[in-house]
Design a protein around this ligand. Structure first.
Ligand SMILES: Cc1ncc(COP(=O)(O)O)c(C=O)c1O
Length: 446
């Protein structure tokens, strides 16, 4: 068999190397307006530098006695510490490197004690809907953050009542001694920190308080929240957190599951193989699994991904998060006001128009197919946005129906567009999208 190397069609444009090279500057390609941070954010200078610094030392992790290998092992474990500190890990928490948020939540799903009931909302990304076992409870999409809190309270009350009457499971298993709750199978609440469809923030601390009151545990999908706001599991009272490095300005392939170690140490390894064992005997099934993060990290780990993610965490920890937040909110307001001023454009939202949100907006252009609009924005204006149902089909479908009712339009398309902001986004980016949409809406009418 012969292998032909295909040359690239054209020279790659130079990477944007900002004159000032600050850790939270992001790499990009001049002329391309990337408004798709929610899918994958661009790589931060801090991540690129950390990778470049480590590359000459490239060697095995946890598997070698040589100087290079020891340095790589140290870098990997330091990255774990840095990431854990950044997200407020407590003693007893594990910080497990995964591939991404999807992987992290699947790992948690596999580590649930037998009989655990998972309670979630229909507003979740598929990554936080599909991994959970049969018998999970999916609450309807709430109309407000307050309704989410009340609905969870009611659901957990009902689960506990059913348990005491012996008809179903109880909200137990995690309750502190003396809480007065009856023992019963565990309950895990799994919610998002911020919606990937609307950017709306969910009341995580309040939901965690409700879970605690009912002796349930709570896992937060922070894939979209963490890139925009500080997240501290201890301060929020959250048991588990899942994030993706590629949404947090680090390269693809590294994510994190952080949280309480007991269930994780009691579960069978997520992946079986080298690194996850402390002893393997001669008999087929004679194996002692490791405790701690190694138990669920079989195989050679993604050193560069972990180190890059840790570098971004360090840079964000050193940054003025309030100033970053204020800047992003100003851009978001500019974007939303601009969209609202365009005829035929309808925003999608779950909560009220003023609900707190991160820099994500989904919308439709009435009478226009969203995939075609996205393709046109790319081809004619070099503007990148996402279109579709954003791996949150139940929520996106519901919001499209709601948008049709609110706007009174019968010609909304069946899928939507999403523009998302982040580090490196500018007013010019926002204005380019708005100008392109204005042209498109105008041409659509002509
Ligand atoms: C809220 C949310 N959760 C989970 C995921 C899954 O992330 P990943 O594809 O990195 O696993 C995404 C990705 O878009 C997301 O937006």
């Amino acid at each position: 068999m012969t292998v032909t190397l295909v040359p690239p069609p054209a020279p790659l444009p130079a990477l944007l190397a900002p004159a000032s090279s600050r850790p939270l500057d992001v790499l990009g390609v001049p002329g391309q307006t990337n408004l798709d941070h929610a899918a994958s954010a661009p790589c931060a200078r801090a991540a690129a530098d950390a990778v470049a610094e480590l590359l000459p030392w490239y060697a095995s992790v946890h598997r070698g006695a040589g100087a290079l290998s020891r340095r790589c092992t140290l870098a990997y474990e330091r990255a774990r510490q840095t990431v854990g500190d950044f997200f407020g890990a407590r003693p007893g928490d594990h910080v497990i490197f995964t591939r991404n948020t999807t992987d992290a939540l699947n790992l948690l799903a596999r580590a649930l004690p037998a009989g655990t009931t998972v309670v979630t909302f229909a507003g979740e990304h598929h990554a936080n809907l599909l991994p959970w076992p049969r018998g999970s409870v999916r609450l309807p999409v709430p109309a407000s953050p307050g309704e989410a809190v009340r609905a969870l309270d009611a659901a957990l009350t009902e689960l506990r009542r059913d348990a005491t009457t012996g008809t179903a499971v109880a909200a137990g298993g995690a309750h502190p001694a003396g809480s007065g709750h009856p023992a019963g199978p565990p309950v895990l609440v799994a919610v998002t920190g911020a919606s990937n469809v609307t950017g709306e923030r969910w009341p995580v601390a309040e939901l965690a308080a409700v879970a605690r009151r009912h002796a349930a545990r709570i896992a937060v999908d922070a894939a979209q929240l963490a890139p925009h706001a500080p997240v501290d599991v201890a301060a929020l009272g959250v048991d588990y957190l899942a994030v993706s490095g590629h949404k947090l300005y680090a390269p693809f392939g590294a994510g994190v599951l952080l949280g309480r170690g007991d269930w994780l140490d009691a579960a069978l390894p997520y992946l079986a193989g080298g690194g996850a064992t402390s002893h393997v005997g001669d008999a087929t099934h004679e194996v002692r699994w490791a405790a701690g993060p190694a138990r669920h990290e079989a195989g050679t780990p993604n050193l560069l991904g972990a180190v890059a993610l840790a570098a971004v965490c360090t840079a964000l920890a050193d940054a003025d998060r309030d100033a970053l937040h204020a800047r992003e909110q100003a851009l978001l307001a500019r974007l939303r006001q601009g969209l609202a001023a365009l005829p035929d454009v309808v925003e999608l939202r779950t909560f009220g128009p003023d609900a707190p949100r991160v820099g994500i907006v989904s919308f439709v252009v009435a009478g226009r197919d969203s995939a075609e609009v996205a393709a046109e924005l790319a081809a004619r204006h070099d503007v990148g946005v996402r279109d579709g149902l954003f791996c949150a089909h139940p929520l996106a479908r519901r919001l499209l129906t709601e948008a049709a009712a609110r706007s009174g339009r019968r010609d909304l398309p069946p899928t939507a567009l999403r523009a998302s902001l982040g580090l490196g986004s500018t007013a010019r980016d926002v204005d380019r999208l708005l100008a392109a949409l204005a042209e498109l809406v105008g041409s659509g009418r002509g």
